[in-house]
Design a protein around this ligand. Sequence first.
Ligand SMILES: Nc1ncnc2c1ncn2[C@@H]1O[C@H](COP(=O)(O)OP(=O)(O)OP(=O)(O)O)[C@@H](O)[C@H]1O
Length: 392
Amino acid sequence: MSLLEVEDLTVNFYTEEGVVTAVDDLSFRIDRGEKFGVVGESGAGKSVTALSVMRLIEEPGRIESGTIRFDGQDLMELSDSAVRDVRGNDIAMIFQDAQTALNPVYTVGEQISEAIRHHLDYSDAEARDRTIRLLDDVGIPEPEARYDDYPHEFSGGMQQRAIIAMALSCDPELLIADEPTTALDVTIEAKILDRLDRLADEYDTAIQLITHDLGVIAEMCDRVMVMYAGRAVENAPVEELYYDPKHPYTVGLMSAIPRIGDRQDRLQTIPGTMPDLVEVPSGCSFHPRCPFAEEACTRKQPPLVDPETGDGVGLSDRSAACLAYTGDLDSELDYEVEVKGGRGSPPDDTQPDPRGGRTDTEPLQADSDPVGLDTDLLDRDGPDDSGGQQDG
Ligand SMILES: Nc1ncnc2c1ncn2[C@@H]1O[C@H](COP(=O)(O)OP(=O)(O)OP(=O)(O)O)[C@@H](O)[C@H]1O
């Protein structure tokens, strides 16, 4: 049994513009201690998926269908108070914006101690000791002195470390980290991810890491789910995703991988934007942006299948949702990918022979005429967060 099993999850938002299907029949699982990445552009449904797992979807949103099992318990059937116990004790969540997670009127140390006292049966002195140890663990210098600082006395990076300490304070089984470092400078981002990675091992905590940045996923994840317009389009172990991506959308995301000191690279990305989720394109929702799209793609929604055999797959198997793998396309996908250098790459020794003659992070292009794709159009409003601001 996996730690988390999500099956056929569908989440709608009932807005004035219409019904937004933010998550559409999504299934995935996370094993104990596993580091699971969820990647996709803004609006893919990553955060809504995470909020559903925490049972935090609010009006006008509604979990329409599906099951969410955590440690064998059906979260959808638990009472609100039982869910609150799970939150904090068993599942913790870190959001992108530390400032909203820390209460400005209490000291950082007091807030973490309070969480510990609330969730674990600790005395004041024990909670204080554990807090100081945690602040030290997440890399806050002089933790005893910083215990009494207020959040505004911490830098952005230090605040985010404090949030990680708070999330780990009750020793959760699963830590959901939603863009935990997006607001930070790249070098601080790398350090914090590294720390999070090591602490997850130490505390034996599984991580669901949500990001629009494949470089961040490469940094620490074991397995990845790529999301597009509320659906999973590819599932793979991280190295396989890098060196042998199967879905054209994944290939497009590869060209948006940033390098240290070279943030502009990520602007080179997939033409077009995520569709309006009130009126998702017919067939494969990626087809208007896909350089390989054929007429069949406008009609048929591709199922997630084993890309080698075209057969159906289990929740954590290698899979891709593209008609190229169900035998419904006239032509084959013809692309080359090479990711080299930068923190986006796994170490060389994990690299299976990347098929020769690949181009270096070229934007996705095809020889054939794409359906409805303006190849001159480079989207500059995509998943960019350069400038350090949170998007969307
Ligand atoms: N409260 C809400 N009301 C209406 N629509 C919502 C609400 N929350 C989310 N959505 C819609 O759900 C879709 C998915 O949003 P979600 O935040 O999960 O995307 P994401 O992949 O996490 O993107 P980001 O990287 O921007 O956080 C979006 O189209 C969004 O407009």
